[in-house]
Design a protein around this ligand. Structure first.
Ligand code: SAH
Ligand code: MG
Length: 922
């Protein structure tokens, strides 16, 4: 049997073979073999620079230049003091031109150094300047700079905007990931090996080509720039002091300026020489970065290090906790968050506005936690919550758990999670799937393993379930970020094992910030506010002044249904007539009972019926307010008034019933539930029953429907464990029976209706010996052993003369779910069995669904044990056409008479609670 594999399945112990390390020359050899020819020539350079203010005569030692001849092109390297560096550089240039992208992440540090030197040299070549590359944009723009700075760019730019250099630096030292100060120092070191073809400074962090670019290239570049106008870029300032709030700033950049100088001005510096740049934030393709200045002591260290090769740092200056948390890198001093820079796509400066709102969205609680990622995917910061349970794909709204996990891993610089699904033979004979999930660091160290016990009919559901289990745990972890790591075990779920605590801690805040220089109080302050908001649970009076308006249509949400609401949230100030709208959403659909919305919203919606509106106020959720509102300055001033609260206005527009009900209505005429009622009515008519007991009556659909028929029934009783269901049943029956003029009601002989609360596996003698018992679509909602217990209790204690039990026929799901795409994908290889195995249960509350054989086995054995005759029937479909009825029914008949003292002494008598009672006399 073949099965559809929806995800790449990998072995848990993924052994990563060391990839062969390839230098540029080796790659050229692989591709061209002997067709590549290198010619190295000796050069004695002695040229004058043409940059104004600089006039240096340089008599160099013996240098080498290499020409690489390939069938389609030839390249000439820069000059090097070593022949082999010149060759590698030429190879490098050829690879770049040909677009061959070699794997670079497996270099040894020595090899990485060699390639780094070659790459830096290539970047300052004339060829490179006229190519389209983020760095060539920088070098071109820097030609506008005056004096010494003409043509020079900050070294951090080289480290950040060239993926190859960045990954080479990571080979030298993986800490480059989290420490943005390291890469520039490696590049500086590489420059010293280039024997003067590039210029840098001991005091500063800039880099420039020794010899100027040819005048014609410069002219063309400047002409292109002339066409551009002055642009305004919205950005955000994140002060290093947490006392100061994050604020919007505007960068005015003219085409004759280097944009990094403008950013440096905003940070309080004259020019960009010491600007450092973080990695990009958010999406992989995003240009959003943090810009900040290298602290003075860093520059000293830098020089010291060059001589010393020592790898430790100590900074002056205050760590910027918010910026560090945002980027996962150590950031010192004030920072500017902006989305501006040169790209691969165009020579023009790319820019996009970054607002305070986007700062909150990409950072802090919102963009970095599973719950926040989910809220963003639903565009409902103040309402949506990551659901606690995955029921079915059909009921899930927003980004699926597995995709949220992928985003989470990307945001926290982890490897892609590894899923391994295994078939398991669970309760039923059909194959089920379990999924184990592992989180790995970028270096493939195992961080967490999540192995939930739950098994699913569909492999993909098992994967989504495991993803959600882990996400929920991670969410909890983020709320307890300040908990010391030893205490972490207490928050651990039994399904989750943590392997590498240290790596994992690095996820939450920057490692060195936690252990190092950071003033612990500052971190506390920020995280405290994060935690306070995150762990926000509704206090008992969390919802204030709730008003529900509009007529009660009687159509209410219940567990498993999908209500759809339109809502708006505004900030209001107590006692004043101020109202600032912060979130509006029109058609927001969610599944009830799985925590898919903030608890107080669900609580209110559960009290509403379709067409009604509700108003209430609650406590603030500061982080989410900023992530949701556009006008942060206005919100800030409102919040400072302290008497602020959030006001919700919700309208319940419709309720989609659980999947099962929708299918039953769409595919059967009359609907399957109506057919079950008609079946029960036929049994009542045939047997002339006067008393009826409905086991698991739910919200009373059968009892209500029976009142429309003229039968012999005089007394009808319903029992259920669900108080919610019973209250709804009471409402429905009450209004139906109250209309005494209703001809339909008058038709019936019903004199008494009672609703009891309690489990049908217990026994109360008041319910003994009824003429007919019905138990429609109930047993599959109980565990299998409880369903068996019910059968025994019903036939040995309740002893109705007739008992009608219905339950879904699992085999019929093939028909019901036929339109489902997965079945089509199974294609030709599918046989009936695999088709059935890919079916899901009709309702997520079902504990089991039986095949005809399973049901008949259960019912026959049960009947035999208690001396009841059993007949099989059903509704929807037909007994003689495969796969049988949609709802299978067993009718048990007792042909012996009850003795009066049937209830034996010593038997436990359960006192059912009367929820509602009606008599025809009053
Ligand atoms: N018979 C109704 C409701 C079916 S839904 C109808 O056909 O519309 C299943 C119902 O079984 C639910 O209302 C649930 O509360 C009830 N139920 C589940 N386990 C039960 C138990 N042990 N005792 C009583 N009712 C139970
Ligand atoms: Mg059911």
């Amino acid at each position: 049997m073949s099965f559809l594999m929806e995800t790449k399945i990998e072995d848990c112990r993924r052994v990563v073979p060391k990839k062969p390390t390839l230098t540029p020359k080796a790659i050229i050899h692989q591709n061209f073999g002997t067709k590549a020819s290198y010619t190295v020539e000796e050069v004695k350079e002695s040229r004058q620079t043409e940059c104004p203010g600089l006039s240096i005569q340089k008599k160099g030692p013996c240098l080498y230049r290499c020409t690489l001849q390939l069938p389609e092109l030839s390249v000439v390297s820069g000059t090097f003091s070593k022949k082999k560096d010149a060759e590698q550089c030429a190879a490098e240039m050829a690879i770049e031109k040909l677009g061959i992208h070699p794997v670079t992440d497996e270099f040894t540090p020595e090899e990485a150094w060699g390639s780094l030197v070659a790459r830096v040299s290539y970047i300052f070549s004339e060829n490179f300047l006229s190519s389209l590359h983020p760095l060539s944009g920088h070098i071109g723009a820097a030609l506008w700079r005056k004096g010494d700075l003409c043509g020079s760019i900050p070294i951090s730019v080289v480290a950040v905007y060239d993926a190859k250099i960045s990954s080479l630096c990571k080979c030298i030292n993986p800490e480059v990931e989290s420490n943005p100060f390291l890469a520039p120092s490696y590049i500086t070191r590489a420059i010293t090996e280039l024997s003067g073809s590039l210029v840098t400074s001991e005091q500063h962090l800039w880099i420039r080509k020794q010899n100027p670019y040819p005048q014609d290239i410069i002219e063309t570049l400047k002409e292109q720039n002339d066409l551009q106008e002055c642009i305004q870029v919205a950005a955000v300032r994140i002060p290093s002091s947490v006392e100061e709030s994050v604020e919007a700033v505007t960068l005015h950049i003219s085409s004759k300026e280097y944009y990094l100088d403008i950013i440096a001005n905003e940070l309080g510096f004259e020019d960009a020489v010491n600007v450092l740049i973080s990695r990009n934030l958010g999406r992989a393709s995003s240009e959003t970065r943090l810009f900040f200045a290298a602290p003075k002591s860093y520059l000293m260290d830098q020089y010291f290090k060059l001589l010393n090769r020592k790898e430790t740092y100590h900074f002056e200056g205050s760590p910027n906790v918010r910026a560090s948390y945002l980027s996962g890198q150590d950031i010192i001093g004030d920072a500017i968050l902006a989305s501006v820079g040169y790209t691969w796509r165009s020579r023009d400066l790319f820019n996009e506005d970054v607002t305070v709102q986007s700062y909150y969205r990409c950072g802090m609680l919102v963009g970095k936690t599973p719950g926040g990622i989910y809220k963003l995917s639903r565009e409902a910061m103040l309402t949506a919550e990551l659901p606690s349970r995955f029921t079915t794909r059909a009921n899930w709204r927003g980004t699926l758990p597995r995709d949220i996990l992928l985003t989470f891993c990307r945001q926290h610089h982890l490897s892609e999670p590894v899923f391994s699904t295994t078939p398991s033979n669970a309760v039923s004979e059909s194959e089920m799937f379990k999924c184990e999930l592992k989180l790995l660091s970028k270096r493939e160290d195992l961080i967490i393993k999540c192995s939930p016990e739950d098994s699913f009919k569909k492999q993909n559901d098992a994967i989504q379930n495991a993803s959600l289990k882990l996400l929920s745990w991670l969410n909890k972890y983020f709320k307890n970020i300040l908990v010391p790591s030893e205490k972490l075990d207490e928050t651990t779920d039994f399904d989750i094992q943590i392997y590498s605590r240290n790596t994992f801690q690095g996820i939450s805040a920057c490692q060195s910030l936690r252990t190092g220089q950071l003033n612990a109080i500052e971190l506390d302050k920020i995280l405290e506010s994060i935690c306070a908001n995150a762990s926000y649970t509704m206090p008992e009076n969390g919802v204030c002044s709730l008003k529900i308006g509009g007529p009660d249509s009687g159509v209410c949400p219940c567990n498993g249904s999908l209500p759809c609401i339109s809502y708006s949230v505004s900030l209001t100030v107590e006692g004043e007539n101020i109202k600032e709208m912060i979130e509006v959403c029109n058609d927001f659909e969610f599944e009830v009972g799985v925590g898919a919305v903030i608890s107080y919203v669900e609580e209110v919606v559960m009290q509403m019926s379709v067409g009604q509106s509700a108003y209430f106020t609650t406590k603030l959720l500061p982080d989410f307010i900023f992530a949701s509102a556009d006008d942060s300055a206005k919100i800030m001033s409102l919040l400072s008034s302290k008497k602020c609260c959030m006001e919700y206005e919700i309208r319940l527009t419709k309720v989609a019933e659980p999947l099962e009900d929708r299918m039953e209505q769409a595919l059967f005429s009359p609907s399957l539930s109506k057919q079950r009622v008609e079946f029960a009515v036929r049994c009542i008519l045939e047997s002339h029953a006067t008393t009826l007991l409905d086991f698991g009556c739910g919200s009373g659909s059968l009892l209500e429907a029976l009142l429309n028929y003229s039968t012999s029934l005089e007394k009808i009783v319903g029992v259920d464990v669900s108080q919610k269901g019973l209250i709804r049943a009471a409402k429905v029956l009450n209004s139906k029976l109250a209309i005494s003029s209703d001809a339909a009601v008058k038709q019936t002989n019903v004199k008494s209706v009672i609703l009891y609360e309690g489990s049908i596996t217990k026994f109360g003698s008041r319910l003994h010996g009824f003429d007919i018992g019905t138990c429609l679509e109930v047993i599959e909602h109980m565990d299998e052993d409880q369903a068996c217990l019910f059968g025994d209790v019903a036939l040995s204690y309740f002893c109705p003369r007739i008992l009608v039990v219905s339950t879904p026929n699992f085999e019929y799901n093939v028909v019901l779910q036929k339109s489902n795409a997965t079945h089509l994908e199974l294609g030709d290889e599918s046989d009936e069995k695999s088709l059935l195995q890919s079916c899901k249960f009709r309702n997520h509350d079902h504990k089991f669904e039986w095949t005809r054989e399973q049901f008949e086995q259960w019912a026959s054995d049960l009947g035999a044990r208690h001396d009841y005759k059993v007949e099989f029937s059903g509704v929807g479909g037909s007994a003689d056409v495969e796969p049988g009825f949609a709802s299978q029914i067993a009718v048990f008949r007792r042909e012996w008479t009850l003795e009066d003292n049937m209830v034996k002494e010593g038997d436990i008598e359960y006192d059912y609670n009367v929820v509602w009672e009606w008599n025809s006399e009053n």
